[in-house]
Design a protein around this ligand. Structure first.
Ligand code: FES
Length: 219
């Protein structure tokens, strides 16, 4: 995982403020916490800023710090820690490719190669503004590795071919369907949830009686 820094000054906007729609949501989140604990809303507010602008700029961090009565550095620490926050502008379709061990063992290296070939280097935004990508740490869906998140939804069990097809569809303005690319149901085995059909595997009938060493003999 590369070091996470804010975008350079020439990329930063001069200011940030909440849109009318975001302001309603900000008020909602602030209303969930006691006034003395409003800093607890830092992650939802960072998320709202990202939803509004597409990324989290330095002026947005300062605005959130002001709204929450926090030191700017505390907001900065949260934004730079969590990789779900984009610290620089991203493409309309931002692909987050998991590169942690289970996904890597299941072929995420091939997915990264596709991204490099079709989109460019890490965090590069294509000239038409359509695509960018980044490598992520484990996104918690290892059972269906390898994973790519697009627009907050997981695309699972991918191969170089199925990811290329997704990129083709997005480039053509088509909707793409998240979930398993091979039709797996949630994280069930390939072919369907059939592992526990044999009741003896879970009804206890196969359990062997054990004799505890200090158990008194029954009369
Ligand atoms: S390793 Fe990729 S989702 Fe966990």
């Amino acid at each position: 995982m590369a070091t996470r820094r804010l975008a350079p000054p020439e990329v930063q906007p001069k200011s940030f403020d909440w849109s009318a729609d975001s302001a309603v949501k900000v008020a909602f989140w602030l209303g969930k916490y006691p006034a003395a604990r409003k800093q607890s809303a830092v992650i939802p507010l960072l998320w709202l800023a990202q939803k509004q602008e597409g990324w989290v700029s330095e002026p947005a961090l300062r605005k959130i710090a002001l709204d929450l009565g926090m030191a700017y550095i505390r907001v900065y620490e949260v934004a730079t820690f969590y990789t779900m926050f984009h610290l620089a502008p991203v493409g309309k379709h931002h692909l987050q490719v998991c590169g942690t061990t289970p996904c890597m063992l299941r072929g995420s290296g091939d997915l990264i190669d596709v991204c490099k070939k079709r989109i460019g280097h890490h965090h590069h935004v294509t000239p038409d503004g359509l695509f960018s990508w980044e490598e992520m740490e484990c996104m918690g869906a290892c059972a269906n590795a390898p994973i790519v998140a697009i627009h907050d939804y997981y695309h699972e069990d991918l191969t170089a071919e199925s990811l290329s097809a997704i990129i083709d569809d997005l480039a053509a303005g088509k909707d793409v369907t998240p979930g398993s690319a091979i039709g797996r149901l949630t994280s069930a085995p390939d072919g369907g949830p059939n592992v526990l059909k044999d009741e003896s595997l879970f009804d206890g009938s196969l359990a062997k009686k054990i004799k505890l060493p200090n158990l008194p003999e029954k009369a």
